[in-house]
Design a protein around this ligand. Structure first.
Ligand code: SF4
Ligand code: SF4
Length: 467
């Protein structure tokens, strides 16, 4: 059983439980009012961009390759339309380390900015599912009334309509999610071919549809307040200079209703900031781990301040130190330094991915082989090459000597066509005039050309006689 209580009842100063649990341990349903204001408008624009990106990225292809595909079950990853193979594991290792550093630094400086603005749970819940709920069931007070009303036609239509809409949205999201794993072509294949051939994928699709439905229809704020490990970790990463959504208690207290006779702080105890909170907390009780930094309370309070003719910002982005010293938010030197580091890390990661070769060549002299004397005053060395073609097309290539004049003579293949998505092995001789071999081993640079354009240069050595 869950207790469905107006979130303003959360107005206890200190709690020994999370915001969405009652004293007796039951679920407390959070009815959130729709915010209005500058931050909410910004979130609307941002979420529009977010949804367009989320739903369109699987449709983007470059040279016939998906722009992004993360096929974990098969261990096949495509990022920026480049296939990453097990040989590229170091990029993922660097990526993981970068991500951990990024998350830690970002959280220390910017608090829960990620939770409120980027996390799919918050963006989909607050900017899509919650809006559908307001649209079908009405405002937060109407939702409370509907909950308490007996089952009648109105309740059946509204509740049924909402859950059908939630299932439909979850189905669309699950399909898109699947496109990120098996690509849009993979999904179309399932649609076109008999279902019996794709039962596992179909099962996965239904599983994710109902998982998303359960999360957005029932679990909701519990994901942020109880399940998400990042949310739990943040309490140990915050310090007094971390930026967060904070109530200016110096300005706001002692709170009290508007009165011409009694002088109080700027907080008029209207509870608007609590009504809009999607996790049901009262930010005036200080920083709480349930706060996802969604800024809804900033908008609510700014509207109130406007109405009563007080300056905005009683609730604002600020660090604990800034609130204690009565300062406005400013970008301090620590934030600048950490941000520069975060931008640097992002650039390094992007370059690492963007500059990884689609065709990767490794050349080595054949083991145990010395040089061979040839007629016409020439010497030859035998080489093995492993060339990984990570593209989804057969690729014709050519090898050229870059820093010496000589000849490359293929043994295994005359036409160099690299098979798509495969490791191609070649054996070849490099033949040089003896007069070029003026020491025991000379450095070679071998250019790999595709359609006359150099795509890679690899280094090797040529072994000659002792001189
Ligand atoms: S919205 Fe502002 S004025 Fe109203 S209770 Fe919250 S902090 Fe006080
Ligand atoms: S306290 Fe404010 S910022 Fe935090 S979750 Fe509630 S409404 Fe959002």
């Amino acid at each position: 059983m869950e207790d469905k209580i107006d979130s303003t009842e959360q107005h206890a100063t200190y709690r020994d439980r999370v915001s969405n649990v009652t004293e007796t341990g039951k679920r407390k349903w959070v009815y959130a009012e729709q915010p209005k204001g500058w931050f909410y408008n910004l979130r609307n624009y941002f979420s529009l961009f977010y949804f367009i990106a989320f739903f369109s990225i699987p449709l983007i292809k470059v040279n016939g390759m998906p722009f992004l595909m993360l096929n974990f079950p098969e261990g096949k990853f495509i990022v920026f339309s480049k296939i990453f193979w097990p040989q590229d594991f170091f990029i993922f290792a660097v990526g993981m380390i970068t991500a951990i550093i990024f998350v830690a630094l970002f959280t220390v400086v910017y608090g829960r900015l990620f939770c409120g603005w980027v996390c799919p749970q918050t963006v989909f819940m607050e900017m899509l599912f919650r809006k559908v709920e307001w649209w079908i069931e009405g405002s937060y007070t109407q939702q409370q009334k509907l909950d308490n009303a007996p089952w009648n036609t109105n309740k059946i239509i509204r509740r049924g309509g909402k859950h059908l809409a939630f299932i439909a949205l979850s189905f669309i999201i699950a399909n898109t999610f699947l496109c990120y794993i098996i690509s849009v072509d993979g999904l179309l294949k399932i649609v076109r071919e008999p279902i019996s051939e794709h039962l596992i994928l179909l099962g996965g699709l239904l599983f994710f549809t109902f998982l998303f439905y359960a999360v957005f229809a029932f679990v909701r704020d519990i994901v942020c307040t109880t399940i998400c490990p990042y949310g739990r970790l943040q309490s140990v990463m915050f310090d007094k200079d971390t930026m967060q959504v904070a109530y200016d208690y110096k300005r706001g207290e002692p709170r009290g209703k508007l009165s011409s006779t009694i002088t109080t702080g700027d907080c008029i105890d209207c509870n608007k900031c609590v009504h809009v909170c999607p996790t049901g907390i009262d930010i005036r009780n200080g920083v709480q781990m349930e706060c996802v930094g969604c800024t809804a309370c900033i908008d609510a309070c700014d509207t109130v301040m406007d109405k009563i003719g007080k300056p905005k910002g009683l609730i604002r982005y600020a660090s604990e130190n800034q609130i204690a010293k009565g300062r406005k938010f400013h970008f301090n030197s620590r934030m600048k330094a950490y941000s520069a580091l975060l931008i640097g890390l992002s650039i390094v990661m992007t370059l690492l991915i963007a500059t990884s070769h689609s065709i990767d060549t490794y050349v080595s002299r054949a083991k145990g082989q010395l040089y061979q004397e040839l007629p016409n005053n020439k010497l030859s060395n035998l080489y093995n090459a492993k060339i990984i073609n990570k593209t989804n097309q057969n690729v014709p290539i050519e090898l050229r000597l870059e820093n010496v004049t000589g000849e490359i003579k293929m043994i295994t293949q005359h036409e160099l066509i690299l098979k798509k998505e495969a490791l191609n092995e070649l054996t070849f001789f490099i033949i040089l005039d003896k007069n070029q071999v003026h020491k025991r081993d000379i450095k070679l640079k071998i250019g790999v050309y595709q359609n006359g354009k150099k795509i890679q240069t690899v280094n090797s050595t040529f072994l000659g006689p002792f001189i």
